[in-house]
Design a protein around this ligand. Sequence first.
Ligand SMILES: Nc1ncnc2c1ncn2[C@@H]1O[C@H](COP(=O)(O)OP(=O)(O)OP(=O)(O)O)[C@@H](O)[C@H]1O
Length: 300
Amino acid sequence: MIKVKNVRKVFEDMEALKNVSLHIEKGSIYGLLGSNGAGKTTLLKILAGIYKEDSGEILIDNQPIFENIALKQKMIFLPDTLYFYPQYTISQMADFYRSMFPSFSEERFQKLSEIFTIDQNKKIHRLSKGMQRQVAFWLALSTMPEILILDEPIDGLDAVMRQNIKNLLFQDVAERAMTVLISSHNLREVEDICDHVGILHQGEIIIEKDLDDLKADVHKIQVAFKGGVLPDSFLQNFQVLYKETRGSVLLCIVRGKKEDITAKVQSFHPVIFDLLPLTLEEIFVYEMGDVGYEIENIIV
Ligand SMILES: Nc1ncnc2c1ncn2[C@@H]1O[C@H](COP(=O)(O)OP(=O)(O)OP(=O)(O)O)[C@@H](O)[C@H]1O
């Protein structure tokens, strides 16, 4: 269990994290989303024990992470820009991981070589960007981490490799309750993988929810009334995140459960009514609009 309590981090005069609190259950896959510069990488680096928070508390299994070597040996952080020792081959880098992580599994390393079929004697810096990322996952998963923190993890990976890696993550989560924290702008991938999401904006968490609950709580409606006239009190019944009129059809993004919204709309006897679920990408965009991020004219 990862607990982040009222964490604040300031760089010079820049308050990167304001008062961030979140919870990540063991064995869950948590997607950390947010606008550019929201503070995601800063938070991941604090969780990985690379930066120290200025105030607040980070507890992993009830222990602070900063300078906690035993805890760090159970955790892997894959940053968005990977680092390997210059001139090291894959097998030399694997030796380094063996020396740093007591949990390194030879059996796993060999088994993963059937998926990551790169010559272990190749120098890593001569590999392509996507191949370097494969090496990073190969080494990371060989350490059998209890916690895996991934910053933009699929950048540069081809579709087959992305699927392979997703399957490996699911396997480790299912078989040994590995906890995964992923920050990504690729919301389709996050939607596929994650069971919980948190959205950071300008250093603050604006939403933290089970993904299914989040999706059950926002809907897109298209509605039209006889004569093309919108009843006066119609919109007052809903918490509207976005609205747009196309001819006589009103398109709205509203908060609320499907059944409640349907009942309210039906009570106005519309001539056209459609209710659609939103993708995570759409939810993200409208939630950001709700906190003042400009989202004009983007309904599709
Ligand atoms: N080492 C640093 N020194 C000074 N400012 C920093 C440092 N690291 C981050 N910041 C600032 O903190 C804020 C949050 O940055 P961070 O990299 O955490 O955002 P992010 O959510 O990961 O953004 P992106 O999605 O664009 O990668 C930004 O304004 C950034 O300029």
